[in-house]
Design a protein around this ligand. Structure first.
Ligand code: ASP
Ligand code: MG
Length: 412
C-alpha cells in the first residue's frame, strides 16, 4: 500500500464532467488500496476571471491581501465539487482549504512561500480511510491571512504535501502525457522522456518549458520527492523526475532542448575599458529591478569595449532608457537594442561526462547557416542567442544532431 499525492490542474477539472472523470480515476486508485491525497487547481480560466474582476474594481494593482482572499476561492470550489463527486461514488472523502490543513506560509501575498505543513489532520483522515482533497495554490500566514503561492502554485502545493507526508510519489496530472525532449509543436519527432533528473527539469522549466511550476521542481529536488507528470485522461507511464542519474551507457548526452522568445538584447558600444565599468552599466539596471540573463563583454580594442546583455522583453524599453543615461555618463559611443532574438538551450546531465557537446551544437547550427550572437554555458546546459526567425530551424537541427528524434514509424 502506497501513499500517493495526486495533483490535477485546471484543465483536468475544467468542467463538471471532468471533475466526475477525476473522481472515477481517484476511486480506482483507492480501490487498489493506496492512500490518496488529491490537490486541485481552480477550474481552467477561473483564476484569470477572478483577477480580471479585481482589476475592474482596483485598476492594475489590486491590494495584494484582498486579491488573495478572492483568487483562493477558485480552488475552494473545485475541492468541494471533487469531494462531493467522490462521496457520491461511495468513496469517503473530505475537502480542506489551505487554511484548514494549515499550510503555513510567509506573508508575501500573491507569491507566498510555504514554511510548514501540519500533517496531523491529513494523517487522521487517511487512517480513517478517507480521500483527502486539498486546495492548491493557497495557504495562510501566521496572522491568519489567506495567501497564494503565485501562478501555477498548485504544483508546489502538491509537492509540498508529498514532502510533508513522505509520500511514495507525487503525480502531476495535466493535459500532456509527460515531459518531452522538446516542444512537439516545433519538432513532431519529439519524444516523451521516461525519466529526467530534477536538475535537468529545473533548467528546462527556467528556460521556458511550461509543464511544471519552477518552484515545485526546486521543492521536489530539495526534499527528494519522486515526481511524475502524467496525462489526466490517457493511460501511460508519464515522465518520472528523480534524483538519480543513470549510469547506463544508453544515457543520452542531451535530455532536452528548451527555447524561448522572451528575451531582448542590449549593447552599449565603446565604453572605456577600466575597472568598475560592468558595475556602472548593470548597477542602474538592477536598481531599476530589471533582471539580466546572459552577459558578454568583448576584449578591449583602442581602450574601449562593447558590453552586451539580455533582459526580459517586457523590460526592454525600461532597460534601454537606463542604458542611454549610463552611456551619456560614461561617454560611450551608442546603445543598440534588438528584440528579435531567441534563446535555444541544450540541457543534459550527460554533458558532465562528455567532451565536445558545445562544439557539436555549434556545428549543427553552422550547417544550417545560423549565426550565434551570444553563448553561455553551465555544467548541464549550453544556451545560444540567435535571430528569432531561425528559432524553429535551430531547434529541429539540434534535435536531430543530438539523436533525439523518435524512430520513424511505418508510413512516415
Ligand atoms: N489556479 C492557480 C492559477 O491558475 C494555481 C494553479 O492552477 O496552479 O495560477
Ligand atoms: Mg496549473
Amino acid at each position: 500500500m502506497a501513499l500517493i499525492v495526486q495533483k490535477f490542474g485546471g484543465t483536468s477539472v475544467g468542467t463538471v464532467e471532468r471533475i466526475q472523470q477525476v473522481a472515477e480515476k481517484v476511486k480506482k486508485f483507492r480501490e487498489n488500496g493506496d492512500d490518496i491525497v488529491v490537490v486541485v487547481s481552480a477550474m481552467s480560466g477561473e483564476t484569470n476571471r477572478l483577477i480580471d474582476l479585481a482589476k475592474q474594481v482596483s485598476g492594475d494593482q489590486p491590494v495584494p491581501r484582498e486579491l488573495d482572499v478572492m483568487v483562493s476561492t477558485g480552488e475552494q470550489v473545485t475541492i468541494a465539487l471533487l469531494a462531493m463527486a467522490l462521496i457520491k461514488r461511495g468513496v469517503p472523502a473530505v475537502s480542506y482549504t489551505g487554511n484548514q490543513v494549515r499550510i503555513l506560509t510567509d506573508s508575501a501575498h500573491n507569491k507566498a512561500r510555504i514554511l510548514q505543513i501540519d500533517d496531523q489532520k491529513l494523517r487522521a483522515d487517511l487512517k480513517a480511510g478517507r480521500v483527502v482533497v486539498v486546495a492548491g495554490f493557497q495557504g495562510v500566514d501566521e496572522h491568519g491571512n489567506i495567501t497564494t503561492l503565485g501562478r501555477g502554485g498548485s504544483d508546489t502545493t502538491g509537492v509540498a504535501l508529498a514532502a510533508a507526508l513522505k509520500a511514495d510519489e507525487c503525480q502531476i496530472y495535466t493535459d500532456v502525457d509527460g515531459v518531452y525532449t522538446t516542444d512537439p509543436r516545433v519538432v513532431p519527432q519529439a519524444q516523451r522522456l521516461e525519466k529526467i533528473t530534477f536538475e535537468e527539469m529545473l533548467e528546462m522549466a527556467s528556460l521556458g518549458s511550461k509543464v511544471l511550476q519552477i518552484r515545485s521542481v526546486e521543492f521536489a529536488g530539495k526534499y527528494n520527492v519522486p515526481l511524475r507528470v502524467l496525462h489526466s485522461f490517457q493511460e501511460g507511464p508519464g515522465t518520472l523526475i528523480t534524483l538519480d542519474e543513470e549510469e547506463s551507457m544508453e544515457q543520452p548526452i542531451i535530455s532536452g532542448i528548451a527555447f524561448n522568445r522572451d528575451e531582448a538584447k542590449l549593447t552599449i558600444r565603446g565604453v572605456p575599458d577600466i575597472p568598475g565599468v560592468a558595475f556602472k552599466i548593470l548597477g542602474p539596471i538592477s536598481a531599476a529591478n530589471i533582471e539580466v540573463d546572459m552577459i558578454v563583454q568583448n576584449v578591449a580594442h583602442d581602450n574601449t569595449t562593447d558590453f552586451t546583455f539580455t533582459v526580459h522583453r517586457n523590460d526592454f524599453t525600461a532597460a534601454q532608457q537606463v542604458l542611454e543615461n549610463t552611456a551619456r555618463e560614461l561617454g560611450a559611443r551608442e546603445v543598440i537594442g534588438d528584440t528579435k532574438i531567441a534563446k535555444v538551450s541544450i540541457v543534459g546531465v550527460g554533458m558532465r561526462s562528455h567532451a565536445g557537446v558545445a562544439s557539436r551544437m555549434f556545428e549543427a547550427l553552422a550547417k544550417e547557416n545560423i549565426n550565434i550572437q551570444m553563448i553561455s554555458t553551465s555544467e548541464i546546459k549550453v544556451s545560444v542567442v540567435i535571430e528569432e526567425k531561425y528559432l524553429e530551424l535551430a531547434v529541429r537541427a539540434l534535435h536531430t544532431a543530438f539523436e533525439l528524434d523518435a524512430p520513424a514509424r511505418q508510413g512516415d
